[in-house]
Write a protein that binds this ligand. Structure first.
Ligand SMILES: Nc1nc2c(ncn2[C@@H]2O[C@H](COP(=O)(O)OP(=O)(O)OP(=O)(O)O)[C@@H](O)[C@H]2O)c(=O)[nH]1
Ligand SMILES: [Zn+2]
Length: 189
């Protein structure tokens, strides 16, 4: 996954300026190729910007009258939009199919799409849930995301190991507590 609109030259200039601004010498040997490397890394890390999971979730299979499907422990890496520092963790999806199920890997691709941009954990959780409803046409969905934020670990409040857990239920899983309980049970939570 790669960012579509991406100004490599601008990133390289910005990284050189940043290095200068912190009192580094961007021309010393070890830093000479750094602006180019950072631009390459950013292209990957922010590759979900402007993307949706439509293409992944529209490739689905007929499956009428199925029960709740769970894919859990999908690892993700994202960047907090406040500090541009990583947050990472696991995403879990439980959904009740309508007449179609998605390929299992497409759920992980959905997580990846919405993680790879400047994000908030709450918005990541919501965007995954809404994609499952809109593009797959699920009857209901529960998304739980567990994340650890580098901006809380290595700076500021300095609380390494703290976990943020966010969840969003939509459709039948938001309306029917019996279904929601079953989904949480399947997630072992
Ligand atoms: N709700 C939410 N907050 C986040 C997320 N990522 C980072 N933050 C928080 O964003 C807030 C930004 O607060 P500010 O006071 O503007 O920035 P700051 O002075 O750097 O804050 P400190 O981290 O407390 O030093 C901090 O409390 C972060 O912990 C996220 O995904 N969701
Ligand atoms: Zn942050």
């Amino acid at each position: 996954m790669e960012a579509k609109h991406f100004d490599t030259e601008k990133i390289e200039t910005a990284v050189r300026m940043l290095l200068e601004a912190i009192g580094e010498d961007p021309n010393r040997e070890g830093l000479l190729e750094t602006p180019e490397r950072v631009a390459r890394a950013m292209k990957e890390i922010f590759g979900g910007l402007g993307e949706t999971a439509e293409a992944h979730l529209q490739k689905s299979f007929e499956h009428v009258d199925g029960g709740i499907v769970v894919v859990k422990d999908m690892s993700f890496y994202s960047m907090c939009e406040h500090h541009l520092l990583p947050f990472w963790g696991k995403a879990h999806i439980a959904y009740l199919p309508n007449d179609k199920v998605a390929g299992l890997s497409k759920l992980a691709r959905t997580v990846e799409t919405y993680a790879r941009k400047p994000q908030l954990q709450e918005r990541l959780t919501k965007e995954i849930a809404e994609a499952m409803m809109t593009y797959l046409g699920a009857k209901g969905v529960l998304v739980v995301v567990e994340g650890e934020h580098m901006c809380m670990n290595m700076r500021g409040v300095q609380k390494p190991g703290s976990k943020t857990v966010t969840s969003i239920a939509r459709g039948a899983l938001a309306e029917d507590t019996r279904l929601l309980d079953e989904a949480y049970r399947m997630l072992d939570r």
